[in-house]
Design a binder for this molecule. Structure first.
Ligand SMILES: C[S@@+](CC[C@H](N)C(=O)[O-])C[C@H]1O[C@@H](n2cnc3c(N)ncnc32)[C@H](O)[C@@H]1O
Length: 315
């Protein structure tokens, strides 16, 4: 294993038990990272093979090495998870897809390596791309978006009434090329009352920029669509989210798949002909245990949701 890649996978036992009842076939780890969940799944389910996907080539290198002990039961490829359908068709043609796991967000090595530019705790270039071979960096965004666009970005990520002063402060301080310079600008732009909130004052701004740089919500919607579409009957989709916007999107997408998009009033029988394709397995999101959060504080915001593909009735 490469020395510096150190990511503790979250809610591993819950993920494994959620995938326990699935039929034989391919498990897809759409965010394979350092391969922690993938290794646990391959060890737990000897009859399954696994396709691992990650947009970050450092993660692909790490998980390829870590999963090599499983031989040809594990294949890892660099791709974004909105490309899942193509990847799975190419790597496991004709095989039933038994499960798809999404463990969203960033890995500890991405956060902890200053040169990746994800963290407000270290000085580094303002990059934040998971896939460093494509797309705009966080520096591109803070140096080109207008006040209105930056305000919307920060407001959507929970900055509320502080979104506009932040956006104005950033626009007035351009160019901004490093994480520490951005932290300085944020601290200067926030009114005193905002600086007294819990957590680091730059936390939400960095998160908002990261989500935008990696188009995380749009890509997640497309990834979930592919995952739910490719599951074999009885197959399951399990998602770990770390941000309320992501969790809401997952919950809504699962509910829509369960109702088939039914538009009938909830208290009346369905007459619109919609047919659900999944059963939601988690009424409310499952949370990590207090013991896990104490051991691994990065697990604290995790929310697990899962859905199972139904056996389709012959028409
Ligand atoms: C929380 S980590 C996953 C850790 C992994 N479960 C493990 O056990 O090591 C999230 C991973 O998802 C990857 N990722 C995030 N968004 C992605 C996307 N849209 N497509 C592919 N990979 C993505 C990140 O690069 C990161 O490696």
């Amino acid at each position: 294993m490469t020395q510096e890649f150190d990511h503790t996978p979250v809610m591993v036992a819950e993920v494994v038990s959620m995938l326990e009842p699935v039929p034989a076939g391919v498990l897809v780890d759409a965010t394979v990272g350092g391969g922690g969940h993938a290794a646990a799944l391959l060890a737990a389910f000897a009859e399954h093979e696994l396709v691992g996907v990650d947009a970050d080539e450092a993660a692909v290198a790490e998980s390829t090495e870590r999963l090599s002990r499983f031989g040809d039961r594990a294949r890892v490829v660099k791709a974004r998870f909105d490309e899942l359908a193509v990847v799975v068709r190419a790597l496991a043609p004709g095989r039933p897809v038994a499960g798809v796991l999404f463990d969203l967000g960033v890995s500890s090595p991405q956060l902890d390596r200053p040169e990746r530019g994800f963290s407000y705790r270290f000085d580094g270039p303002l990059d934040m791309r998971m896939d460093r071979s494509r797309g705009a960096t966080a520096a591109d965004l803070v140096n080109t978006l207008g006040v209105a666009e930056l305000t919307r970005l920060f407001a959507d990520n929970g900055e509320g009434r502080f979104a506009r002063p932040l956006a104005e402060g950033i626009v007035a301080s351009r160019p901004i090329g490093t994480t520490s310079r951005l932290v300085q600008v944020i601290e200067r732009s926030l009114p005193g009352v905002a600086r007294k909130r819990a957590g680091h004052p730059a936390k939400r701004v960095f998160q908002a920029l990261r989500i935008e740089v990696n188009e995380e919500l749009d890509v997640l919607a497309a990834g979930l669509e592919s995952a739910l579409g490719m599951l074999a009957p009885g197959g399951r989709c399990v998602v770990l989210s770390y941000h309320s916007g992501e969790d809401r999107l997952v919950k809504q997408r699962f509910m829509r798949a369960a109702s088939g998009g039914c538009v009938c009033p909830a208290d009346l029988p369905c007459v619109c002909g919609a047919v659900g394709t999944v059963r939601v397995l988690t009424r409310g999101a499952r949370l990590p245990s207090a013991a896990e959060t104490a051991r691994n504080p990065r697990a604290a915001s995790a929310r697990l949701r899962a859905a199972e593909r139904l056996l389709m009735r012959a028409s």
